[in-house]
Structure formats: C-alpha cells, structure tokens
Design a protein around this ligand. Structure first.
Ligand code: GLU
Length: 450
C-alpha cells in the first residue's frame, strides 16, 4: 500500500513561501519519503491578479533551499492550474450530465442582496437553491448537495469533524464566465493527480466538506486528510510580519542555516515522542509520523531556532562554513573569509552575525578617544607586536607575554587594543581580530590613537 502514496504541496503564488506553508511542504515531503511515495508540487495560480512568475520562482527556490525536492511538478507542464482549464471544464460537464450540478442564472445583484440580508441577521449566506430544478442551459455551474445530513471530515490530525449540510450550500464550480472556482480546481486536481493524502493548513478545513461532496458527486474516493495548525507569534496571534521574519527567504537572509530551519519547522507542532530534538532531514524522514502532529497551534520560538542554528553552524566543516558565509560577506576576499572561520564558528548564532563581527575589515572605524592609561597599553602593544609574525598564534603569544610582564588583566590590555582596531567593544578574539587585518593596517589603526 505504502508504495502508492502520492501527496502534494499546492501553494498559491501570491507571495513568498511563508513558514506555515514551508512546514506544510515539509510534512508532505516527509510523508512521501517515509512511505517511498511521490511528492507533487502544484501551483495554484487561478487567481491571476495575485499570482506572479516572480512568486513561483521565490517559492520553488525556497523549497530547493530547504532541500525539499519534488518528484513531479514545474517546470514540467501540467502542474499549474492555468494550464489545466480544459480538465476542469470536462469535469464540470460530467457533473452536469449526471445531474449532480446545475446551471444558475441568478443575477449578481440578487445574490448580493441576499448575502447582505443574511449578514444583517448575523447568519452565513447560503444560496437558496432557486435554480436547482429550472433546467437552465447556461449560467454559473453549481454543485447539487444533499439538503439533509452531514459530512464528516475524518482528519488524521483533528480526528472526525462534522459539518451539517444545513450549514453548506450549492456552491459554484464554474462561474458564468467559464472560469472554475478555487475549491473545484483543488478537487479535480487531487483526483486527476491521484493524490492519496491531502496534507495542508487547517485554514482549509472549512472548505473540506464542500470538497468531499464534490468527490462523491464525481464518484471518486476521498483521499486521506490531514490539516496542520496555524503558527502563532509570541502574543498568540497568527504569525505575521509584525513578529519579524515570516518568509523562508527572510530566514535565509537572516543567516539561518537550511538544516536548522528544517529541523525547527519539523518541531513546530510535531515531536518524535522521544527526547530527541536534533534531526537531520534524513533522520526526520525515518521517524516522521503524521499522527504525532499536534492539533493545537504552534508558537514560533526564536530562541529555540537560534539554539538549533548554533548547533548546525558548529557542525559545519570549516570549508563549508566559509562557503555559507561568503554571500553574507561580499566585501571580503574568499581567503579572508576562510581565515576568519576559526574565530567565528563558536560565536555565530546566525550566519549574518558575521557581518557585525567583521565589519571593521572593510570599513575604517573612527579612531576612539582613549584615556591616557589605555593609550599607554596600546603603545605597549605596538612595541610588543613589532617584528612578530602576523599570524594568530604569535600575536597571541606576544600579547600574553606583555600582559604577564606588566601584570595586566586580559581585559585591561585587549579592550583598548580592540577599540583601536575595530572601534567596538565586541569582536572575535583579539589575536584573530588583529591577524585578519593586514599588518600595516593594524599598525596604522593602533598608532593613530596615540
Ligand atoms: N493553494 C492553497 C494555499 O496556498 C492550498 C490548497 C490545498 O492545499 O488544498 O493555501
């Protein structure tokens, strides 16, 4: 059975890939990989006014960055809804021929009036069914739903959720202008793409009974359904720009390693049922179980993400870390970045933190105004460094010898030296800080504060 698993991630390209979407994509990917199934990427671009090529590129790039590769999907043809209009049309005609759908010619103004009347009574608007038995041959195509009874969504995460048909109405499948509606496209796509498990955000749970009734009308089995929860900010409102980064791209730009992002997303509302929290993608693939995804909303926790970042940054080889840092440090030559790695690896919380720590290498910080006692220390450092090989170890040895001779604490000597060369109080260890600058430049900055 498991060989037949087919899941899909179906983003609407109306913006960046949001963390919530990324987590849904991850859960789909993990489900597919765990069951040796197929992961399909489908672009839901029927809302043409809000869908853009740029957003499709952003979403596919973000998925690729996370390491979530798809077995079927763009750029192959047939995975964008705008390329599938004849398929929707054919399914609409089938429903019409079978008497499961009918045309409605109610004027927009009439429906709008009814909608407002319902609103005034604080009721949800439901189409009256006025055109059900009029045998019209044109108009908007509506699904004929059973008036009585209820549809139960048997959700793998939420358990059974019941929707009374009295709450639903004969919804529109194809508009008068011939364009299919969103819910109809989703059903037809999931059917024709032979999707076995629909894993998506629980903002779509209210659409699900409508979709199930459409599967039934088409005579297709309903796929297994799983709706994952929303992601909340620390104030328990839905995670939005107000809370900081929300798009995968923004996290990448903030210097979150992809491994940490994936690991963190997996832990947002899921756990392995053990104490283990550090998981590579391959390990997740092994242990992922959709039944362990929590129903309640998950709260986004930057501290935990940063803890994972630090872990993965320290795990990288020096060469790999240099390669990851390079895009954040375009001002520096690759060999300088490589030489900086040993001083940074233990200190970085995010890759982008390297910018602040190394900024002194490509800027010329203003000479600080030092007190007399501090100037004396800088003068002594200059003398102590004279003729020393310009590498971290000999620099460290020379400064330590000086400190011991004079009886100075580390801080007493290093602080004024650091301020002289970087203009700041925080930098990598002082010997690394000095060694990363060309010797003449280090001497120039030290001399000018005297
Ligand atoms: N296109 C929908 C969205 O981006 C997803 C629909 C679905 O997964 O069924 O929210």
């Amino acid at each position: 059975m498991s060989a037949a698993v087919r899941v899909r991630f179906a983003p609407s390209p109306t913006g960046h890939l949001h963390v919530g979407g990324a987590r849904t994509a991850l859960f789909n990917w993990l489900y597919a990989r765990h069951h040796r199934g197929t992961f399909v990427l489908r672009i839901e671009d029927t809302d043409r006014s809000r869908s853009t090529e740029e957003n499709i590129a952003r979403i596919t790039e973000a998925l690729a960055w996370l390491g979530l590769d798809w077995d079927e999907g763009p750029p192959a043809p047939g995975y964008r809804q705008t390329e599938r209009l004849p398929i929707y049309r054919a399914h609409g005609e089938r429903l019409l021929a079978a008497g499961r759908a009918y045309y409605c010619d109610c004027a927009r103004e009439t429906l709008e009036r009814e909608r407002q009347a319902a609103q005034a009574k604080k009721e949800t608007f439901r189409y009256s069914g006025r055109c059900r038995d009029r045998g019209l041959t044109a108009g908007a195509l509506r699904l004929r739903i059973p008036a009585e009874g209820a549809t139960v969504v048997d959700d793998l995460i939420h358990g059974p959720v019941t929707f009374e048909h009295a709450q639903l109405d004969d919804w529109i499948l194809v508009r008068t202008d011939g364009t299919p509606t969103y819910n109809f496209c989703v059903v037809v796509d999931d059917v024709t793409m032979r999707i076995t498990h629909v894993i998506r955000g629980d903002d779509h749970l209210p659409n699900t009974p409508k979709q199930i009734l459409c599967y039934e009308a088409l005579g297709y089995p309903v796929p297994a359904l799983a709706h994952d929860s929303m992601i909340l900010g620390a104030d328990r409102s839905r995670l939005s720009k107000r809370h900081g980064a929300t798009s995968v791209q923004a996290f990448r730009d903030a210097g979150i390693p992809a491994e940490a992002m994936v690991n963190y997303l997996a832990l947002l509302g899921w756990n392995a049922g053990t104490e283990q929290e550090i998981f590579t993608l391959a390990e997740l693939e092994e242990v992922f179980d959709i039944a362990r995804v929590q129903r309640s909303s998950a709260m986004f926790d930057w501290q935990k993400l940063d803890w994972l970042n630090g872990h993965y940054i320290r795990q990288l080889s020096a060469e790999e870390l240099a390669a990851r840092l390079a895009p954040f440090l375009p001002e520096l030559q690759p060999d300088v970045v490589r030489r900086a790695v040993p001083a940074l690896q233990e200190r970085l919380r995010r890759l982008a933190d390297a910018r602040e720590l190394l900024e002194y290498l490509w800027t010329d910080p203003a000479a600080p105004d030092l007190e007399v006692a501090d100037r004396d220390k800088v003068r002594a450092a200059l003398a102590g460094l004279d003729g020393v090989a310009w590498e971290p170890e000999p620099i460290q040895a020379a400064l330590d010898a000086l400190r011991e001779r004079e009886g100075w604490s580390r801080n007493a000597l290093f602080k004024p030296v650091r301020r002289a060369v970087t203009g700041r109080d925080i930098s990598p260890p002082i010997h690394d800080t000095l060694a990363l600058l060309p010797r003449e430049e280090a001497f120039r900055r030290l001399s000018r504060v005297l």
